[in-house]
Design a protein around this ligand. Structure first.
Ligand SMILES: Nc1nc2c(ncn2[C@@H]2O[C@H](COP(=O)(O)OP(=O)(O)OP(=O)(O)O)[C@@H](O)[C@H]2O)c(=O)[nH]1
Ligand SMILES: [Mg+2]
Length: 447
């Protein structure tokens, strides 16, 4: 296999730039860079790098990892060089001039680590998640997965399935033997147990995926109630255009948020109303779609506009926060009247706010955090963190559900074998090039 090299850091205004070399020719690469010193495993060594004419190029710190005790399992050397365009270019040129040495492709280090059995696929995915993590929960989840917690669960299920498979295959190999009742009962109860475990893991409200991708929060309401003003307030910047013209927002505008460690994406949408304007019609359609896929909906009414159409009312559920904005425009008596009439009609609490005067907004944020917490907390330790894993588990469950010892043994064994395949796909015990390419192509160079 070719030896590969790539930067681990980005060129910019910084002092040190790190290049990793991995593969059989790592030591030859170092020699070509003029390094004569003997390098010790996992030890940093100060070295002089030379150019192709043997002239001093840089003073660098090199860390060497001897195969198989490295990230990729191959010989690795990490060069900490000075971040100069000239030095970087020279080192790249010198390395690329060696035969069978080339620049690494996207995700190639992690792919080699996987192929050499250093990490499983869930751990490879966790590397991407860890690097992308922005909130405490994302960080915790990715780290747990990187430590192998997720992979171990899938592995244990697969192992159990493989043991059941072994028992059943023995009977296929010796057809004259009848499966005794005791063994049948044992197989049945072991299959039942895994089925329950997989079912339980699937009933997690997709919290693992929500932690990765963020809770979806949609602000909706009639035109001019202050939806864009609310988004800007939450985002602490002017992301959306605010105006007193009804129908200002026509597309979906999104902002990422960190709700006390919980990642979220909040969407501002077009004001919902009947209109003949084609662009606005499309905006309203998108607003409804966003409201439907949201984990949390914020229905924004205003003291100028608090009538509710049937369509909007239908969208209200237990994860909807109803806000009455622009309370600065009316007196307290009128406000109390409106609030109590709305609460009676909608059978839910209505929070009065004035975005203009920043009144009541904290009550709203507290409520938003409480609802987010209620969605995430019950399943905070869910195992599934990606749709890919969920799909394989759903397929596994289908095979286990179709499994029955009343079928011909060859058929029931096939259900178990297919279950093992699906579970194997998650950690990569059974790998198809397609799955691998799909996963590693999401990495960038140097990972
Ligand atoms: N008095 C008062 N005016 C407000 C308040 N919040 C927003 N506004 C004003 O209400 C008008 C509409 O605000 P937007 O945020 O554009 O409303 P919107 O709901 O996004 O409107 P569309 O995009 O048309 O659906 C603007 O003139 C805002 O300045 C408030 O708390 N009090
Ligand atoms: Mg708007």
């Amino acid at each position: 296999m070719e030896t590969i090299f790539a930067p681990l850091t980005i060129k910019g205004v910084c002092s040190i730039y790190v290049i990793r070399i991995s593969g059989e020719k790592t030591l030859e690469c170092l020699k070509t860079l003029g390094i004569k010193k003997e390098l010790k495993h996992r030890q940093a060594t100060l070295c002089n790098l030379k150019d192709e004419n043997g002239k001093n190029l840089d003073e660098a710190i090199l860390t060497y990892y001897k195969t198989p005790h490295s990230f990729t399992g191959e010989d690795i050397c990490e060069l900490n060089i000075h971040c100069s365009n000239f030095i970087i270019k020279k080192v790249f040129q010198i390395l690329a001039s060696i035969s069978d040495v080339r620049l690494a492709g996207a995700g190639e280090y992690s792919k080699r680590a996987f192929l050499n059995g250093k990490i499983d696929l869930t751990q490879a995915e966790a590397i991407i998640d860890l690097i992308a993590s922005e909130t405490k929960l994302q960080h915790q989840q990715a780290l747990k997965q990187l430590k192998g917690f997720t992979g171990k669960v899938y592995q244990a299920w697969r192992q159990e399935i493989l043991e059941i498979l072994a028992i059943m295959e023995a009977y296929i190999n010796f057809p004259e033997e009848e499966i005794g009742k005791e063994i049948k009962d044992e197989i049945k109860s072991r299959v039942e147990k895994i089925k329950t475990d997989i079912k339980d893991s699937l009933e997690d409200n997709k919290v693992g995926e929500k932690i990765r991708d963020g809770l979806l929060i949609t602000i909706m309401g009639e035109p001019n109630t202050g939806k864009s003003s609310l988004l800007n307030y939450i985002a602490k910047r002017e992301v959306a255009i605010v105006s007193d013209i009804a129908g200002t927002t026509r597309d979906v505008i999104e902002v990422s948020l960190n709700l006390n460690g919980i990642p979220a994406i909040i969407f501002d949408t077009a004001g919902i109303r009947e209109t003949k304007d084609l662009i606005e019609i499309e905006g309203v359609k998108r607003a409804f779609l966003k409201a439907k896929e949201a984990d949390i909906k914020i229905l924004l009414l205003s003291t100028e506009q608090y009538n509710l159409t049937k369509e909007i009312r239908k969208l209200i559920d237990k994860n909807t926060i109803v806000l009455l904005n622009k309370v600065d425009l009316i007196n307290e008596k009128k406000l109390n009247e409106i609030i109590s009439s709305l609460e009676k009609k909608l059978n839910t609490k209505v929070i009065p706010i004035s975005i203009k005067e920043k009144n009541g907004v904290q009550d709203f944020i507290n409520k938003l955090q409480k609802i987010s917490d209620n969605i995430i907390s019950p399943n905070i330790n869910s195992i599934i963190t990606r749709e890919r894993h969920r799909n394989e588990l759903m397929k596994s469950l289908e095979f286990l559900e179709s499994f029955s010892l009343d079928k011909a043994i060859e058929l029931s064994t096939e259900d178990i074998r297919l279950t093992a395949n699906c579970l194997g796909q998650i950690t990569g015990k059974i790998n198809t090039e397609e799955v691998l390419d799909n996963i590693f192509s999401r990495f960038c160079i140097g990972k």
